[in-house]
Design a protein around this ligand. Structure first.
Ligand SMILES: [Zn+2]
Length: 117
């Protein structure tokens, strides 16, 4: 009888342990899958395994490793359509009153004609 009880207890313990391991594997796997597309697969695995659903959300909201440089590359100053084409507020620039080139609003000296503005 004692052996039987011990066996049942052992099985119950193994089942609980397996449940935790399964949650870690599933949570980590999903976290890894979410983080993988952002270059954070390992980080996503750890967060998903430790926090579960919350970790998935954190990974999903978190910006990807590669997104920041890509966004920087995609935001070069656009070529202005030409002098006089745009009014004030085009790209935050203003037209020089002397040469009509677009210069920084905070500029005190025009970078094109060196005039004091
Ligand atoms: Zn100028």
């Amino acid at each position: 009888m004692q052996n039987l009880l011990g066996l049942v207890a052992r099985e119950g313990g193994a089942e609980g342990c397996g449940l935790i391991v399964g949650m870690l594997v599933v949570g980590g796997g999903v976290g890894f899958a979410i983080g993988k597309g952002k270059g954070r697969g390992g980080f996503g695995f750890v967060l998903g395994a430790l926090l579960g659903l919350i970790g998935w959300i954190i990974i999903a909201v978190m910006p990807g490793v590669n997104s920041a440089p890509v966004m920087r590359r995609r935001m070069p100053p656009r070529p202005v359509g030409g002098p006089g084409a745009g009014g004030p507020g085009q790209g935050g620039l203003k037209a020089c009153p002397y040469c009509a080139e677009m210069i920084q609003p905070a500029a005190r000296i025009c970078r094109f004609c060196k005039a004091d503005v």
